[in-house]
Design a protein around this ligand. Sequence first.
Ligand code: SF4
Length: 401
Amino acid sequence: MVVSAAAEPPLAVALYVHVPFCRSKCAYCDFYSLAGHEQLQPAFVDAALFEAGHWSHYDLLDDVPSLYVGGGTPTALGGELPRLVAGLLETACLRSDAEITVETNPETTDAALVDALVAAGVGRFSLGVQSFDDAVLRVLGRPHDARRAADAARLLAASGASLSLDLICGAPGQTEASWRGTLHRAVETGASHLSVYPLSVEGGTPLEATVAAGSVAAPDPDVAAEMMLTAESVLRDAGLYRYEVANYARPGNESRHNLVYWQGGAYLGIGPHAASMLPFRALRDVASSECWALGQLAEDGQPARARFSRDVQLLDYLKGPLASPGPFELLSAAQTAREDVMLGLRLVRGVTHAAVEAAGLPEVLRRLEGEGLVESEDGRWRTTERGWLLGNRVFGAVWNG
Ligand code: SF4
């Protein structure tokens, strides 16, 4: 542990771990994860714990409000996953009320593993269901069917942990009736949180190839937009309110980890493809000890915030989990203020007029208001439904000032 000259309160840093394994690859997925490679899993857990120890040495894990183990499919680690969670809890100082989430998928959710994770301290599971319609699951190339997804949801709901489901809309061939059926079945699982995303066709994926070959129709963004509206109405009627452009929760069940991202909080990502964001001063101390080159600020002024992510193959990560995670993106105080407004406009509650003024953005927001993309009420700016549908225009205008 590094002893600082002045006794400053520890920096609150949310912790994310990227587990790069899946049972198989889904047709639409461009996330970094490897199917199979079970023989590398113990070494991955060792490397991730080694990396956690490294950040902890620099006092960056002394006040952790949330731990999120994502991927990939963390539960593809099987019995190695409770060892990873237990090791992280030994290394990092989590708050007594910290939110601890593990992502899972139906094909890797089993009773013994769920029990072991709950015993290790996991209080929240995020289950990748995507659809309760087998035809849609086949188009998405998911390795599970609707029945397996329902069984996994039942098991997780009975574990005593809180449950979040991920759903996808706008898949080729998905009808409004199929989507409504999925939403109703998702509500019936008792999940207290739902994430709803429109399908996008990413370059280099099998889905892109089948769309290009004409075997399946390209997703229609207008259909996906209609389905997002359907989700808003069905879920509101079921008591799950929208708090972010793609996220719904029963009151008090919002994802505290994701709120850190949307509120400009500090977070550290561990693993071969994980993103981090720290106040610049916190990273500077680590970089000077580790001889990492931080690069230049993109515009005039002092750096206030640093964003960085690893983007390495698993074998390279296993060889050097403490290698410099750059390239580093350094943001000035002005860019940081604009970024906070941009992130805050993803939230239903929006951002305060004071934050918009501090970021020098009142004129930009008024221009967006003229286009019907944001609105002002009770001293806050909020994104409208149309603004969410045209999110890139809103977020781009705010970021570019
Ligand atoms: S389970 Fe998730 S991370 Fe794994 S291949 Fe499918 S979409 Fe990608």
